[in-house]
Design a protein around this ligand. Structure first.
Ligand code: SF4
Length: 454
């Protein structure tokens, strides 16, 4: 594998303005891709993984200059693609081939597959039809199909076979890089492995680089050397696949890995639950964009109660801020829609709200429990503003205030999470001390506060 990157993407941004009114006044921005770096070397397979809507496909369109990026540079073999003139851009598009998700819509049903495979050759100026046919037959053979298939039509093939044909077509122009956007997600699980192993074989044979986009960590593990985990337009973790699968450093990566089904029936997966909704990219959360769903979100300095209870309290706070919880909503939680809260047992109502957000009957910190109880009373009284204030003052997190930058945690391994931030590590140590102080204070001051400052 060469050390010189075939593709080098730096600070890539793709922002879309949100406009309103007759004058198309800009009222916001969708930051679909927000400053990402990616490298692919010849002979290497690099993955971009993340949920739908995280910006993976926009990244691909921007890299291939199908959309002009808002900012950033894309170097191909050391040359800036963003400033290529028409002729160079055409050459670049011959060297970089795209494979789409849905093999059914990748082909013109009126063209034989031989004609489809030869199409890129015609686009790039090769007019000799005899040569087209022999190249198509050769490529069909390379992807494990019969040379006699050259005159057949797309509808005569299965999904897996069509994806093989798509690979043959991608190889027709002898590319240096193949970009595969969800290449197996539309295929049956039973044939996904065949197509992935064909991709690997072709890479070994032709020495090409592959950039593969997927929402599925299982696919990434199967074929990639390195992976970039993407969340809401940003890369939150990157590194060698093996190491990331051994020890994911970002909580989002952990959640993605946890969703991969295990062939071992005794291995439990699906235990990491992401709470809340996927945020709107036109209005991403402040601080760490993942804080509205992160199971490991950092607790306020003064607290250290059960993490799941803390997550649930934060969910209540975020829901209250974003959507509000009026008395009708509370009645729905209690299962008494259409009735009145007046005269209803308060403990029953509080438990129904707790239940709705997964907050246990009591949380293991008396101060936090007291504040939460007061906020629940404010909600029941219809005073949402006061509840919001109480929860915000007591239950805020550094994760919503500080944006974590992607930093190196070990060679070739980067993570954007405050849990790996040097300052935060110090802060966590301080937090331990604060908690210790409070525990002692609550226990009646067995130790004086001063004994901790020595
Ligand atoms: S910075 Fe906070 S919210 Fe973001 S991933 Fe790390 S722990 Fe979770």
């Amino acid at each position: 594998m060469s050390d010189q990157p075939l593709l080098e993407v730096s600070g890539l941004k793709q922002h879309y303005p949100i406009t309103q009114g007759l004058l198309n006044r800009q009222v916001g921005t969708v930051k679909a891709v927000d400053g990402i770096d990616i490298q692919v070397r010849a002979g290497e397979t690099v993955g971009i993984v993340g949920e739908s809507g995280c910006g993976k496909s926009t990244t691909v369109r921007s890299i291939l200059q199908l959309e002009e990026p808002t900012d950033g540079t894309v170097l191909f073999k050391g040359e800036p693609v963003t400033s290529f003139e028409q002729e160079k851009l055409k050459k670049f598009r011959r060297s970089v081939q795209l494979i789409f998700q849905d093999p059914d819509s990748s082909f013109d049903p009126r063209m034989t597959i031989g004609e489809s495979i030869a199409e890129p050759l015609i686009i790039h100026g090769m007019r000799n039809t005899d040569k087209h046919r022999s190249i198509a037959m050769n490529l069909l053979d390379r992807v494990g199909l019969s040379t006699n298939d050259v005159d057949r039509y797309p509808h005569e093939f299965s999904g897996g076979q069509k994806q093989r044909i798509a690979l043959a077509r991608a190889l027709a122009t002898n590319p240096s890089l193949i970009v595969a956007d969800e290449p197996v997600s539309a295929l049956d699980v039973s044939i996904q492995a065949n197509v992935l192993s064909l991709l690997e074989d072709l890479q070994a044979e032709f020495g090409i680089g592959i950039l593969i986009i997927s929402h599925n960590m299982g696919v990434i593990r199967e074929v990639c050397d390195r992976v970039n985990v993407m969340y809401l337009g940003e890369i939150v973790e990157s590194g060698p696949v093996e190491r990331i699968f051994e020890s994911p450093a970002h909580p989002y990566t952990t959640a993605l890995l946890d969703s991969v089904p295990s062939p071992d029936p005794d291995t439990k997966t699906g235990s990491v639950q992401l709470s809340g909704e996927v945020p709107d990219p036109s209005d991403p959360p402040t601080g760490c964009r993942f804080h509205t769903r992160c199971p490991a979100v950092i607790q306020p300095d003064d607290y250290d109660f059960e993490q799941s209870a803390w997550r649930a309290v934060l969910d209540l706070r975020i829901h209250l801020r974003k959507h509000g919880i009026n008395r009708e909503a509370v009645l729905e939680f209690v299962g008494e829609s259409g009735n009145s809260l007046d005269g209803m047992n308060t403990t029953k109502i509080k438990n129904a709200i707790r239940n709705e957000f997964g907050i246990p009957e009591r949380i293991g910190d008396s101060t936090a429990e007291q504040i939460l109880d007061q906020a629940l009373e404010s909600i029941i009284a219809g005073n949402q503003e006061s509840a919001q204030k109480q929860l915000r003052n007591e239950f805020s997190t550094v994760c919503e205030q500080k944006h974590p930058s992607l930093s190196t945690v070990e060679t070739d391994r980067n993570v954007a999470c405050l849990l790996h931030d040097g300052q935060q590590v110090t802060k966590l140590a301080q937090k331990q001390e604060t908690i210790a102080r409070r525990v002692v204070r609550n226990a009646g001051g067995v130790k004086g506060e001063d004994s901790f400052s020595q």
